[in-house]
Design a protein around this ligand. Structure first.
Ligand code: NAG
Ligand code: NAG
Ligand code: NAG
Ligand code: NAG
Length: 369
């Protein structure tokens, strides 16, 4: 960057004095290599799927403005902003210039800012540029050694939560593990590639696409494109799948569901040859009378056994039976509440520790005042 600026200045015969003193705000174009993109971005570049966003490591950070283009959700998209790994605060952003509040940033030393979309819909943020205060210097963001990839439906997307995915168990667990996270969780979608609850495709199709189901309901980007998995840097170290509720509600038979799941895992193995794949059983749908209705009983065990039988020992069953009861869900839709998601995250973390995976002791990109 700096080298380029100096060359450009020299060739235009501008004295150093006009560019070197920190007299102007610092503009990062969307192709600045120090912008660490996570999640799924199209070529504009614009986000799809809850949980997509950017991370920045900046020296001497005082202000940050996001300039967003016309493919941004109108009238607004809700994003969470986390400064120096603090809690996510919701900021509603729109096309044009958006000032991002930076409570807790370091005007000396360095700060890490993470900006992540919250919703499973209205989640499009088209990034034109980022403008930082004069004197700010962007640095490389070093990702955590742990990278979770979560694949699921509404139960992982945080549907019905105020801050969407940011209050759901995948984010809670990855934060506690000081891990990077990619989530592809589509409310209403079956795993099998069939229409379900407004989704024109199932997750076994959508997972390989850039866009979430929202593409179908937009006029400015009414198509879907293959996802280039080489953009997922670094690749996941752990793959977690929690799916099946919407296959069950669409009456996909157990045999069909198992076949679909096994084909999906076979395809995932072409991307993730050795990573552990953690297969969640359903925690089911609790009822007011204390009963819980489970779907595909025995199927998840069969899927894991089948992988083991063909020599793939790196697939593990996460038995979530009993993790969620009536007091953990919203009565109106039986999806976990904010407290319910925190409980699930805690139980999953206990499972992970018993299994042998422990949180990182610190984030890989440190912050310092
Ligand atoms: C963001 O917008 C939503 C939807 O209009 C609104 O409910 C929420 O209060 C807004 N949040 C903030 C922090 O402005
Ligand atoms: C998007 O295209 C599909 C056909 O592929 C059409 O059925 C749908 O109505 C379109 N959506 C919008 C919002 O125009
Ligand atoms: C699934 O089966 C139930 C019970 O037979 C039926 O009421 C429901 O309409 C079916 N749903 C679909 C999407 O076919
Ligand atoms: C899952 O956990 C439940 C409750 O502890 C138990 O009854 C069931 O046998 C377990 N299933 C498997 C496959 O381990």
């Amino acid at each position: 960057m700096l080298q380029f600026a100096l060359l450009a200045a020299a060739s235009a015969s501008i004295s150093y004095a006009t560019i070197l003193p920190a007299s102007k705000p610092v503009t990062l174009s969307n192709i600045n290599p120090f912008i660490a993109y996570h999640g799924r971005w199209d070529a504009s570049p614009g986000t799809w799927w809850a949980g997509s966003g950017v991370k920045l490591n900046v020296q001497n950070l005082e202000s940050l403005e996001l300039n967003l283009g016309p493919h941004t959700t109108a009238p607004l998209a809700s994003v969470g902003v986390s400064v120096n790994y603090g809690p996510y605060t919701t900021v509603n952003v729109s096309q044009g210039a958006n000032i991002i509040p930076l409570d807790g940033s370091n005007s000396r030393g360095n700060s890490v800012v993470r900006i992540t979309t919250e919703g499973w819909q209205d989640n499009r943020m088209q990034l034109d540029s980022i403008v930082l205060n004069k004197g700010a210097q962007v640095r490389p963001y070093t990702p955590s050694k742990l990278v979770f990839q979560v694949i699921g439906d509404s139960l992982s997307a945080g549907q019905y939560l105020d801050q969407g995915v940011l209050q759901a168990w995948p984010v809670l667990t990855s934060e506690n593990y000081k891990a990077e996270l990619r989530v592809n969780a589509q409310p209403g979608a079956a795993l099998k590639d069939i229409p379900a609850w407004g989704n024109v495709h199932g997750v076994s199709y959508e997972y390989f696409r850039t866009e979430d189901t929202g593409y179908y309901y937009t006029t400015d980007h009414n198509y879907t494109t293959p996802w280039d998995f080489s953009h997922d840097q670094p690749p996941p170290t752990h793959v977690v799948i929690h799916i099946g509720a919407n296959d069950a509600s669409q009456n996909v038979t157990a045999t069909d569901f198992e076949q679909t799941y096994l084909s999906f895992v076979t395809r995932l193995r072409t991307l993730y040859p050795i990573q552990p794949i953690l297969v969640f059983t359903p925690w089911g749908w609790p009822a007011a009378d204390g009963s819980i209705s489970y779907y595909y009983p025995g199927s998840y065990e069969k899927i894991v056994d089948e992988r083991h039988a063909i020599g793939d020992r790196n697939v593990f069953l996460v038995n979530t039976t009993g993790w969620v009861s009536w007091e953990d869900v919203f009565p109106a839709n039986t999806h976990p509440t904010e407290a319910g998601h925190a409980k699930i995250a805690g139980l999953f973390e206990t499972w992970l520790k018993t299994w042998g995976l422990h949180p990182e002791s610190s984030w890989a990109t440190k912050v310092a005042a």
